[in-house]
Design a protein around this ligand. Structure first.
Ligand code: MD3
Ligand code: FE
Length: 207
């Protein structure tokens, strides 16, 4: 474990190949029950390049009319989100170490061209809870700024099996995914590779 900055904990290769493959299979099941959708930006309605779905009690959604929010149901199917795989709940307990379980797991699926602009995560009521993120598949160049948009940023790679815990002073830092990196030997299992090259799971406490 590496404390990259105060409250930013990087756990490189925290899942081995077998655990990554098992988790990837579970995410394929989540997508089967809750199909990937394209969120759109508040006000402009511009589509995001990352496709998304969720598991857990609540899911993060966004559209032109209502903006960023958490919902208990899939925006297209109207069904409740599928359950969070127990393996993820266990990782939250071991690494995020918060006394309440995560309520939302956002599944972000990137193709080679997808990116995520610099932003803060501020749609959660519980800002004391950490955020836990797990990456699968291709490496990305991840950008971590400060708590103000103009603050100097650092960039580092996130690789398959890496976890990140953002807590305390880091919780409100700006961050984004600059680009997907060409990656040798980090391919997703075929069933998940049908959807993209990189998958990020973000576990959050919402209420
Ligand atoms: C640093 N996802 O969905 S997760 C997001 O790789 C999001 O898909 C990225 O940012 C992805 O909102 C990055 C890592 C992460 C999550 C929350 C943070 C880093 C963070 C909050 C504060 C600082
Ligand atoms: Fe974020």
């Amino acid at each position: 474990m590496l404390e990259i900055a105060p409250g930013v904990f990087h756990f490189p290769a925290c899942l081995d190949q077998a655990a990554q493959a098992a988790l990837a299979d579970e995410i394929v099941e989540v997508i089967a029950a809750a199909p990937l959708y394209v969120s759109t930006m508040p006000k402009t309605g511009a589509p995001m390049s990352v496709r998304m779905t969720n598991c857990g009690a609540l899911g993060w959604v966004s559209d032109k009319a209502q903006g960023y929010r958490y919902e208990a149901r899939h925006p297209k199917t109207g069904e409740p989100w599928p359950a969070m795989p127990p393996r993820l709940l266990q990782l939250w307990d071991e690494l995020a170490r918060y006394h309440r379980p995560p309520e939302a797991c956002l599944v972000n699926v990137y193709d080679e061209k997808a990116r995520m602009g610099l932003h803060q995560d501020r749609d959660e009521a519980d800002l004391a809870a950490p955020i836990f993120s797990l990456s699968l598949g291709a490496d990305c160049r991840f950008r971590l700024g400060g708590t103000r948009r103009g603050d100097r940023a650092i960039a580092f790679a996130l690789s398959s099996g890496d976890a990140l815990v953002l807590s305390g002073p880091a919780r409100m830092r700006y961050h984004g995914v600059d680009r997907i990196l060409p990656t040798v030997d980090a391919s997703l299992p075929p069933a998940l590779a049908a959807f993209g090259v990189r998958v990020n799971l973000t576990l959050r406490r919402v209420t």
